[in-house]
Design a protein around this ligand. Structure first.
Ligand SMILES: NC(=O)c1ccc[n+]([C@@H]2O[C@H](COP(=O)([O-])OP(=O)(O)OC[C@H]3O[C@@H](n4cnc5c(N)ncnc54)[C@H](O)[C@@H]3O)[C@@H](O)[C@H]2O)c1
Length: 251
């Protein structure tokens, strides 16, 4: 089998880094596309330690010119792309009446426009050339709502519908498109917010049937499965990886 090439956006940190490293462990070459150069190069070292090739492209998913440049680089360097992981994202957490035009645009442009720009380039690179896989990283807020997160919820719900739209349009071309919707992640920032009382960890854990936060590996493993031929008949799905949080209608 020829080596697969994956572009992972936002892979300089967090879920993206875990996903890049996990795909690399399956022998997939990785292109990290992020605005954070030091973080991207650290991920590249971790990826290379798995014995595969890692390249870094610095740019924003919200800038269509940067996105075109990233895909042109990958085409020149590898001759195409097999896997796109649309992971880059930011939060938008503020009372709606206080959200400025710029804040609304920032969340929508990175979390939704970015997924569109990257997927469009991936479609152009894949259709008629090779089959492919796209995995979008949504959120539990792709599926349900929370107060003071209007831009985040709207953009992530948009990611869920974009997933379905592209899946039905591109299935005849052998392109599968799915969305992974993680629950609250167990990160250092989360622990710090909990320590200073900005997030109530205890009720959050109580509300989660499995009683724990989402680990990086939970998401990375699901993404790896969706990229694997074992999931060949799965497309257009939004899969919550949240320990049962979105299934739970109880208090
Ligand atoms: N952390 C959580 O609790 C959580 C829960 C559900 C979903 N998510 C989603 O998972 C994804 C990753 O989140 P994370 O927690 O790992 O965040 P993070 O902040 O740790 O990492 C985000 C990465 O995206 C990069 N990035 C930001 N703007 C970018 C841009 N314009 N272009 C390219 N790269 C950019 C950052 O530099 C960073 O490397 C996001 O889509 C987020 O919405 C996170």
């Amino acid at each position: 089998m020829t080596r697969q090439i994956a572009i992972v956006t936002g892979a300089a940190a967090g879920f993206g880094r875990a996903i890049a490293t996990r795909l690399a462990s399956d022998g997939t070459d990785i292109v990290i596309f992020d605005i954070d150069a030091p973080g991207a190069h650290t991920t590249a070292e971790e990826v290379r330690a798995q014995g595969v090739t890692a390249e870094v492209v610095i740019g924003s998913v919200a800038d269509p010119d940067d996105v075109r440049r990233a895909f042109a680089f990958v085409d020149d360097r590898f001759g195409g792309v097999d896997i796109l992981i649309n992971n880059a994202g930011v939060t938008g957490n503020r009372p709606t009446v206080d959200i400025t035009d710029e804040e609304w645009r920032r969340t929508m442009s990175i979390d939704l426009d970015g997924v569109f720009y990257c997927s469009r380039e991936a479609g152009r690179a894949m259709i008629g050339r090779r089959p492919g896989v796209i995995v979008n990283i949504g959120s539990i807020y792709s599926l349900v709502a929370a107060p003071e997160r209007a831009s985040y919820c709207a953009s992530k719900a948009g990611v869920a519908m974009l997933t379905r739209s592209l899946a039905v349009e591109w299935a005849p071309h052998g392109i599968r498109v799915n969305c992974v919707a993680p629950g609250y992640a167990d990160t250092a920032m989360m622990r710090e917010l909990a320590a200073v009382g900005k997030i109530a960890l205890e009720p959050l854990l109580r509300r989660t049937p499995q009683g724990r936060l989402t680990q990086m590996e939970d998401v990375a493993e699901t993404v790896a499965f969706l990229c694997d031929p074992r999931s060949v008949h799965i497309t257009g799905q939004v899969i919550a990886v949240d320990g049962g949080w979105t299934a739970n209608g109880y208090i």
